[in-house]
Design a protein around this ligand. Structure first.
Ligand SMILES: C[S@@+](CC[C@H](N)C(=O)[O-])C[C@H]1O[C@@H](n2cnc3c(N)ncnc32)[C@H](O)[C@@H]1O
Length: 201
């Protein structure tokens, strides 16, 4: 797995801040979160979307994670600055690899992933590790929970994987330059086997 170089990180952080405003507006008009929701964000970068989403939804718990500890440090500083010098109690920041999420099964109601799936690969055009990251999201989501993600590279393949894993794809939107897409999908509860009719009563 490759870590972005310092220049790439700088560039991506600057560009993403600009395009995140639009992304946030689309999410806000298409996603309602039940009171008391617990949210995870993978690959949070500078925490720019974490700030916006946390302010808008005020979830019971928001855990923003990134593989790169330097990004987590940046996010911690920026989020604290935005909140008068301290992190809100219900907003946690952690270093975590999207391929091995350090969280128990079925522990979140929503997972956010913006422009991160193609970054789990050595080279962005490969599609070897992305399914593992998607299945980690599936594992940590509660039944009925949702994944909200932006993707630039592997759009149809990720959607196919979601369907194969038992997600229902609710909607997707064309994003920046018509190249990225924002998708919202729901983890459907496992099918319950047909019960035999009551007998002997
Ligand atoms: C293009 S940036 C997007 C940042 C942020 N999500 C946003 O949209 O503003 C991709 C981020 O994914 C992170 N990343 C790359 N590989 C990762 C992995 N295996 N697990 C978690 N995060 C990863 C990078 O460190 C980087 O911060």
């Amino acid at each position: 797995m490759s870590r972005m170089g310092a220049f790439e990180t700088f560039l991506v952080n600057r560009l993403k801040r600009r395009s995140n405003e639009r992304l946030f507006r689309v999410i806000r008009s298409n996603l309602d979160l039940p009171f008391g929701s617990e949210c995870l964000e993978i690959g949070c970068g500078t925490g720019d979307m974490a700030v916006r989403l946390f302010d808008a939804y005020r979830p019971r718990r928001y855990v923003a994670t990134d593989y790169d500890s330097a990004q987590v440090t940046r996010a911690r500083t920026d989020i604290a600055r935005h909140n008068g010098g301290h992190l809100p109690e219900t907003l946690e920041l952690r270093t975590a690899d999207a391929l091995r999420l350090p969280f128990p099964d079925e522990s979140f109601d929503v997972v956010f992933a913006f422009a991160v799936f193609h970054h789990v690969e050595d080279h962005f055009w490969r599609y070897e590790l992305v399914p593992r990251a998607v299945s980690e999201v599936h594992r940590v989501l509660r039944p009925g929970g949702r994944i909200v993600y932006e993707e630039w590279v592997h759009k149809p393949r990720i959607r196919d994987d979601l369907l194969r894993m038992g997600f229902r794809v609710d909607r997707w939107h064309r994003g920046n330059l018509g190249l990225s897409e924002l998708t919202i999908a729901t983890k459907t509860p496992p099918r319950t086997a047909n019960k035999p009719p009551n007998s002997g009563q």
